[in-house]
Design a protein around this ligand. Structure first.
Ligand code: TNX
Length: 516
């Protein structure tokens, strides 16, 4: 219809077929892709007749995608081999070595969506991008009216770092398998590919060990007077396979030799004086330690690490090593000189917090940096530098940036503040490759966002602390440095909010972001 003003006919400028690139959801994806070419002339619309076409090896991702899209669209979306109907096609191969093991190429044209990758992990990453190209209502668990346009163009994408992790502390407060799965689904949205489970600490032992059953029957308390709990081996295996179905590798942590009060309470023979400790339900750290001089300790460690390694298809076994404040350095080193060969005999690669790097016999290990450079007593940077020729790689979890349990500001009802307040702009404002002087990018395996649970009791608490900071850390781990831009990120974050709302994620409405 031609508009009229005061009875005169006005000719409006012709609307170009492709709207401005900035209007495309393709430029708003979190984490920011390597390359994006929006083409709004090529929007596709997902309709009731659409199918999900899968080539060999793509079936599982295809079923996952169907599971994402069916509840909100209400469409049947059958997953089919071959066939000509319009829809979304997932294919392995044909994308070039530069996309690596997790990259993908996503083409959206009027005839359909074509997603290709070298691996199923790459397809899975591409699916996370695809859901962000659809309207936010796609994240709803109930049928929505639609329509379901997928914005047109091409995305070519692959991660900057191999390791993008989230850590969940299931010890200070116990989280059920259902709660952990909920978090797995949330971190998968942002292409996080490792879930580090902090399974043992002073307050609770969370994983069944057949040769030491009292760990879970007597060591399953938690902070405060909550019931605590633990995972049977069957439950744990199920968690690991659920994570694997989201292309997430579980990294189990058995924290040694400190943070062990739950074990010391369950077994008197692990204590130097042979007397069981009282269960602990407070939030102090650094008071417990295994008996460094007793052979029983090493038998215990061997049994535990062997059983945990058997439950672990992934490559890593995390030995903790943090805050052993009761253990003199010489004892700490003597302990790990004995434990390291035991751990390495399981065939897993050892990961440990940065304190562990003082053990000079440790080679080919992965260190996890949790330093806070703002602290006057920060020794982490020097420790990392001193161990660089021995360690394989470093995972970066700076406390003043990536700790999701730090309060956002002085009004935060949850969280701790020993590393300062961490607003979402601070969580976003750092680079793993220049954070520790002398630690080159080639030595950085990736990033991890730990979520310690001293103050967190349920999924609402987890989500309030993780959103919006988890997507910030995920982008730092995935996206090229060249895309890093706070103004862009804060605008893109705002657009995630309706998606979180549809998923029932109650996030922190940071004043740094103009939420809708
Ligand atoms: C330090 S970070 C710890 C944890 C606490 C956390 C609280 C690290 C390796 N150890 O035991 O839960 O601070 O923020």
């Amino acid at each position: 219809m031609v508009p009229t003003i005061g009875g005169l006919c006005v000719q409006l400028p012709r609307v170009p077929p492709a709207r401005r690139a900035e209007e495309s959801r393709m430029t708003r994806v979190i984490p920011a892709p390597v390359s994006v070419e929006p083409d709004r002339g090529a929007d596709f619309e997902l309709t009731a007749e659409a199918v999900i076409r899968v080539g060999g090896g793509a079936e599982e991702v295809g079923e996952y995608l169907a599971g994402v899209l069916r509840p909100s669209t209400g469409y049947a979306l059958p997953v089919v081999r071959g066939g000509g109907a319009a829809g979304i096609s997932l294919e392995l191969g044909d994308v070039g070595a530069e996309l690596g093991a997790e990259g993908y190429r996503l083409d959206v044209g009027t005839a359909g969506v074509d997603l290709r990758a070298n691996t199923a992990a790459g397809l899975f990453a591409g699916v996370q991008t695809l859901r962000q190209l659809l309207p936010a209502e796609v994240e709803s668990a109930t049928a929505q009216p639609g329509p379901w346009p997928v914005e047109g163009g091409r995305v070519v994408d692959y991660p900057r770092f191999a390791y993008r992790g989230a850590m969940l502390d299931v010890t200070r407060h116990f989280f059920t398998p259902e709660q952990v799965k909920r978090y797995i689904d949330q971190i998968a949205l942002y292409k996080v590919n490792h879930l580090h489970l902090h399974l043992t600490d002073d307050q609770g032992w969370r994983i069944e060990i057949e040769r030491w059953p009292r760990l879970t029957t007597h060591g399953g308390t938690e902070v405060g007077d909550g019931p605590g709990g633990s995972y049977t081996k069957a439950q744990y295996r199920d968690l690991v396979s659920y994570a694997a179905s989201r292309h997430i590798t579980v990294v189990p942590e058995i924290d040694l030799p400190g943070h062990t009060n739950a074990a010391l309470a369950a077994y008197p023979e692990l204590n130097p004086d042979g007397v069981a400790r009282e269960p602990y339900t407070g939030i102090e750290v650094g008071f417990s330690c295994l008996d460094i001089d007793s052979d029983v300790t090493y038998r215990f460690v061997e049994d535990v690490l062997t059983e945990v390694a058997e439950l672990t298809p992934g490559p890593y076994l995390h030995l903790g090593g943090d805050e052993a404040l009761q253990t003199p350095d010489a004892d700490f080193i003597r302990f790990f000189d004995r434990v390291l060969p035991i751990a390495q005999a399981t065939g897993k690669q050892v990961v440990a917090w940065h304190e562990f790097l003082k053990v000079e016999s440790a080679t080919s290990v992965v260190g996890q940096y949790w330093g806070n450079p703002a602290a006057p007593d920060n020794t982490a940077d020097a420790l990392v530098r001193s161990a660089l020729d021995r360690v394989d790689k470093i995972i970066m979890s700076p406390a003043n940036k990536s700790y999701l349990d730090m309060k956002y500001d002085e009004d935060s009802p949850l969280g701790l503040k020993w590393a300062g307040y961490v607003e979402v702009d601070a969580a976003y404002d750092w680079d793993p490759a220049d954070f520790v002087d002398g630690l080159p990018e080639a030595k950085v395996l990736g990033v991890e966002a730990p979520l310690w649970s001293e103050t967190l009791e349920n999924s609402d608490h987890i989500e309030y602390m993780a959103f919006p900071r988890l997507p910030a850390i995920a982008e730092i781990g995935w996206s090229p440095r060249s895309t890093h831009d706070w103004e862009s990120f804060r605008a893109r974050l705002a657009e995630q909010a309706p998606r979180w709302a549809h998923r029932g994620i109650g996030f922190y409405r940071s004043p740094k972001v103009d939420w809708p």
